[in-house]
Design a protein around this ligand. Sequence first.
Ligand code: NAP
Length: 323
Amino acid sequence: MRAICVREFGGPDVLRLEQLPDPAPGRGEVLVRVRAAGVNPVDAYIRTGTHAYKPSLPYIPGSDAAGEVESVGADVAGIAAGDRVYFFRTIAGHQGAYAERAVCLPSQLFRLPSRASFAQGAAIGVPAATAYRALFHKAAARPGETVLVHGATGSVGLAAVQLAHAHGMTVIATGGTEQGLALVRTQGANATVNHRDPDHVQQVVHATGGRGVDVVLEMLANVNLDADLTLVAPRGRVVVVGNRGRVEIDPRRAMTREITILGMSLFNASDQELASIHAALVAALDNGTLAPVVARELPLEDASRAHVAVMEPGALGKIVLAI
Ligand code: NAP
């Protein structure tokens, strides 16, 4: 099969297309013919070899994909050849999506509703599950609350906008381009603010009538965390979803307004939590309240270009590899 193989850690150039033997499913395993693989920022961090999770070399990158079941091993019930599925592999098994075929455990596979394309299915495992966990498991956001999605134009942010909107929350969304802001408005944002505007924090507060937001889902905490503490209402919650460096904050702001700062990593979710998250996400795909926005589809051999693109500003949804 064709697969992207990493034989040394480094820049995007280490992602090389190779011809590898087709895998076969063992007992209790399922073979998936991958049609689309999601490209996530964490794939790029892992590729550099500086991430906390360092796979043994060589490895096939990628945790997220969608496709059809090709065959099932012995002792697998309830899954059959031809089923449309998406998969997510937790960090310990974080490999294998950037390939024509991948062997999965049944617990890593989820039904892909017919209204979702394979490219959309490749946008669920990390991005939509992260948005769901941040919003519901960590922030415990409720209908009627106001949520700031700080970095809404990327794949996590767009999923968060759709999910919060569908659950009756008022959504304020930020992006770095006019095109991105227009996109998030079509996905359910009630108000939008450009996070490159020096006044953007005041604009968020203004959009809440001066009260502040109940919840912040923060995609770039090293830039925004201190300012977030000025735009959250008393007893509000800030969830640190994305971070790329250090930041100085004034803890007094959190103290006086009893603001809670919550860290979250999808890779800490238990099997039970993941099963619950994906039950909700499959239902949301079924009823159309979750409909991932695919920004670009690149061929498998362009994986290195996709890794460059996923780290560039100006996001407009998900980048996937079509296989
Ligand atoms: P993505 O598709 O590349 O999107 C990045 C987002 O960050 C875009 O919306 C971008 O907006 C926004 N951004 C850029 N500058 C910003 C700023 N100054 N303030 C606020 N937002 C800003 O990435 P993603 O897949 O959505 O992931 C988002 C972040 O969450 C990444 O850092 C990723 O590593 C992290 N993440 C964490 C977890 C976890 O478990 N904790 C899971 C998944 C992802 P513009 O491009 O419009 O400027």
